[in-house]
Design a binder for this molecule. Structure first.
Ligand code: SF4
Length: 384
């Protein structure tokens, strides 16, 4: 099987957001020597994956996703040239979903028009919050008005079905009223897709330092759970059904690219810091821009194998990736996919989760319960 999904990691950012632990480099002035030729390197890497058969000109690409980092700092011309190269040498499905993550304030309305003309048909706008208080805490450079301008441009140029809005919930000091304000404003633009991620305090981030120093306090588990129940209600009232732990969409507007991750479909990730799944192996490209550029230019993939050494951990990790989808996982299918049956290898852990009301098993279909949805990340850790 060859991949029908390609992810491009563009690791350059103008600022360092306080909560972020993604692989990126801060390039405040936009002068990083590799930024200008990044898409050439990504193209060369794609050809290397093709040479070893992980992507094929015969398998039409169904999704292309440009994430980061801040890929919307790239000019529409460079993105358009890359997509033309792909169309020239690969089969691309006529309805291929082509997503660009957009940071508000990095693109003008004319830029959005050029991006849409180049083939971007899904714009994922990182609003995070409309409150200046938490924008200040986040370290982001844009204002809420920048977000409104970007969202309006996407909506008017590409339509509401092309619009996805990202928010972060559970900011220190945020209450239900403030959360409702953020979600209602995002929904007021009529996006077909909404992602709401819980704020996390990851090691090494500015936010974790501030929490450790007592400058900010994380919300309690109960408060966070209450917020996610509220988000699901507001989204449902706007016609967006929850289909994954953090994602809501109008029917038919679910992210095809991210769904490919959750359904364990092959995906080739390009760029330093990118991850790939070429079944049965997971790979990652190390966090080293110079090493990446040198390797790709010498005609060698810059990747390491990331498989769990223990097959039971491998099965558990993949199960919890798939279980994030509300529709659940058919364990008969899953056993065929990973080569072992978790009903046998993890019987005790499964029974414990069922007794705790966190998962339900009907015939071969395993799903998170509504309680399990609120604790999905914690459950995964228990199971692994
Ligand atoms: S723009 Fe995105 S990738 Fe860059 S620092 Fe902020 S959250 Fe991280």
């Amino acid at each position: 099987m060859t991949a029908a999904s390609v992810y491009l990691h563009v690791p350059f950012c103008r600022q360092r957001c306080s909560y972020c632990d993604f692989f990126r480099v801060t390039d405040a002035e936009g002068t990083h020597p590799l930024a200008a030729r990044w898409f050439d390197l990504l193209w060369q890497e794609l050809l290397l994956w093709r040479a070893e058969g992980a992507v094929s000109p015969e398998t039409p690409l169904r999704t292309i996703y440009m994430g980061g980092g801040t890929p919307s700092l790239t000019t529409p011309r460079v993105i358009g040239d890359f997509l033309n190269r792909v169309r020239g040498e690969f089969a691309v499905a006529s309805d291929c979903e082509i997503t660009l993550e957009m940071q508000p304030g990095t693109t003008t309305r004319a830029g959005v028009e050029e991006l849409a003309a180049a083939g971007i048909n899904r714009f994922s706008v990182g609003a995070q919050t409309f409150s200046q208080r938490w924008l200040d805490l986040s370290g982001r450079r844009h204002s809420a008005d920048d977000t409104r301008t970007t969202i309006t441009a996407v909506r008017e140029v590409a339509g509401d079905t092309a619009l996805s809005v990202d928010l972060i919930a559970a900011w220190p000091g945020q209450d239900l009223t403030a959360l409702r304000g953020d979600v209602e404003e995002a929904l007021s633009f009529g996006p077909a897709h909404l992602s709401v991620y819980e704020l996390t305090f990851k090691d090494g981030t500015e936010l974790a330092r501030a929490e450790g120093a007592g400058e900010v306090v994380a919300l309690s588990e109960d408060d966070r759970a209450e917020m996610f129940i509220e988000v699901a209600c507001l989204a449902a009232a706007a016609g967006l059904a929850q289909y994954e732990v953090s994602n809501f969409a109008r029917p038919g507007s679910e992210s095809r690219h991210n769904t490919a991750y959750w359904t364990l479909d092959d995906c080739v990730g390009l760029g330093a810091g990118a991850h790939s799944l070429v079944w049965p192996h997971r790979y990652s490209n190390p966090h080293d821009l110079g090493g990446y550029a040198a390797s790709v230019e010498q005609g060698r993939l810059f990747r390491v194998v990331n498989d769990a050494a223990d097959p039971e951990i491998f099965a558990a990790e993949n199960l919890f990736m798939a279980l994030r989808l509300l529709r659940g996982v058919d364990l008969d299918w899953f056993a065929g996919r990973v080569g072992s049956d978790v009903r046998q290898t993890h019987a005790i852990a499964l029974a414990r989760l069922q007794e705790a009301g966190l998962v339900e098993l009907n015939d071969s279909l395993l799903r998170l319960t509504s309680e399990g949805l609120l604790r999905a990340d914690g459950i995964a850790a228990l199971f692994v």
